[in-house]
Design a protein around this ligand. Sequence first.
Ligand code: 13P
Length: 246
Amino acid sequence: MKKFVVGNFKMNTTPTQFGSYLDEFLPRIRESKTNIIFCLPATHFHIANQRLSTTNIKFGAQNISSEESGAYTGEISSVMVKDCGAFCTLVGHSETRRHFKETAESINQKIIRALAVNLKVILCVGETKYERSTKKTKLSLKRQLDIALKGLYENELKNIIIAYEPIWAIGTGKTPNVKEVESAITDIKSIISDSFSIRDYDKITILYGGSINENNFTQFVKIKGVSGLLVGGACLNPKSFANICK
Ligand code: 13P
C-alpha cells in the first residue's frame, strides 16, 4: 500500500505564501509514489482547490466543529469543509485538545460529523511525558481511542486514520525510539481490535507524527505497522517536505 505523508501547516503561512510554496513544491514531486495530504488553515482551501485538483495531492482541515450549524461564531462545520473540496480533517490534535479545551466527547462528535459528510478523519492520539514515564502510555491511548471511536461501526474504521503523536515529541526535536513506536502501534491495534472485534489488524491505518524531519523520517516509515507520517514544522519547507514525500 502507498504510504501517507500528511503535512500539518498549523497556523503558518498566508494564502499568498501558500501559493508560492506550491510553486516550489509541485514541480519537485511529479514522480511521488506517496499519498500526500496537506492539512491547511481554511483560508487556504480555495488555493488548494484550484492548484491541487489536477494532481493526486489532497487537502484537509485541521479541525471542524462538533456542531452541525447555527450560532457558533468562529467555527467551521464539516459540511463547509467538505463543500470546499477537502478530503479529510484532523481531529483531536494535542494542540486543539489543549488550546481549545476539546473534550473526548466533542472529539467523538466531530468524528461522527465528519464521517456523515464523507470526510475522512485523521484522529490524533498520544501520551504525555508523564504518562510515558509512569508506564501509562497504553492506558492513555485506550482512554483516548475508546471515547473518540464510541458508537462507530466497524466498517467506518476504513475512513479513519490514526496518527500516533506522542505529545512530548511534538515540536520538541525529541522522538521516541523505534521500539517505543512499535509498542504504541501494537497497543493501538489491540485496543481498536478489542473494541471492534477486528481480526485483521492490518486494516487499521496508523501514522507516526512528532519531530519528523528530512534526516530522521526513514527510520519511522520502515517500522512495521506504520503507514506513513504526520509532519508539522518540516512540511513548511517545500524542499524538505518534497524530499520526505519522494
Ligand atoms: P512537528 O513535526 O513540528 O513536531 O509537529 C508534529 C505535529 O503536530 C503534526 O500534527
